[in-house]
Design a protein around this ligand. Structure first.
Ligand code: KIV
Length: 271
């Protein structure tokens, strides 16, 4: 089935897909090679997530990555993506301090990367930041539920919005929509709550560990491709086994070099 997205995916394209009852797909990307592959495959949104911190820079959480560190990843992805909408995470510490910092850092990211939009984590308390960024002409994606930048105060990777907390999650989602966010990521949220929030909003929701009732889905690319070293979480589906494939290739290469099988005549130059 074809979707309604035009050649270049815009924030408005996602709203049109939602209005038409069509789902859309998103993946993270941190480099030009994967961005080009995912773009050609028709993935609608490429998120240069702050998950680059643990997936590309070797940090153990998303917290240490800075604005200056995320920009080269964003530039690589934005440069390779011909069709996909490219969204960049505002790193921890770049927006919580107020609307001015949020705006200044968003402008720097958009100016220096060529991406189209930014994403930030948090609920109604982020309304001033979202309003400031949106009023400068930069689209903002929200992020509710489990927000990885608050991993320490949330007590680890836990499902959010269960029981009485569902009402707060709904209020936050409505506040973000009112402030001008064009979409909201819902991470680790019970599927029925995610469904209710998706139905209450005009803007699209994008689920990760939030079940099938959101408007779009996102996965961290190293998880979906089976490249991460850690055991996949319950909500992750691995669509490839890249870690195994690369490990086998590396062992074959090592063995061929050590046994003088590679290089051979076919891969060498004559006089
Ligand atoms: O940084 C990231 O990868 C994200 C996704 C989990 C949505 O924010």
């Amino acid at each position: 089935m074809t979707n309604l997205a035009p050649k270049k995916v815009r924030t408005s394209s996602l709203a049109e897909l939602k209005a038409a009852g069509k789902k859309f797909s998103c993946l993270t990307s941190y480099d030009s090679l994967t961005a080009g592959i995912f773009d050609e495959a028709g993935i609608d949104v490429l998120l240069v997530g702050d998950s680059a911190a643990d997936n590309a820079l070797g940090y153990s959480t998303t917290l240490p990555i800075t604005v200056d560190e995320i920009i080269p990843f964003a530039r690589a992805v934005a440069g390779a993506a011909k069709r996909s909408l490219v969204v960049v995470d505002l790193p921890f510490g770049s927006y919580e301090t107020g609307a001015d910092d949020a705006l200044r850092n968003s402008i720097q990211i958009i100016k220096q990367s060529g991406a189209a939009a930014v994403k930030l984590e948090g609920g109604a308390e982020r309304v001033p930041q979202i309003e400031a960024i949106v009023s400068a002409g930069i689209p903002v994606m929200g992020h509710l539920g489990f927000t990885p930048q608050s991993v320490h105060s949330l007590g680890g990777f836990k499902v959010q919005g269960r029981g009485e907390k569902a009402a707060q999650l709904m209020q936050d989602a409505l506040a973000l929509e009112k402030a001008g966010a064009f979409a909201i990521v819902l991470e680790l949220v019970p599927m029925d709550i995610a469904g209710e929030i998706s139905a209450a909003l005009t803007i699209p929701t994008i689920g990760i560990g939030a079940g099938p009732k959101t408007d779009g889905q996102i996965l961290v690319w190293t998880d979906f491709a089976g490249l991460s070293g850690h055991k996949p979480r319950k909500f992750v589906k691995q669509y490839a086994q890249m870690r195994k494939l690369l490990a086998e290739a590396a062992v074959s290469y090592k063995n061929e070099v050590e046994n003088s099988v590679f290089p051979d005549e076919a891969t060498s130059f004559a006089d």
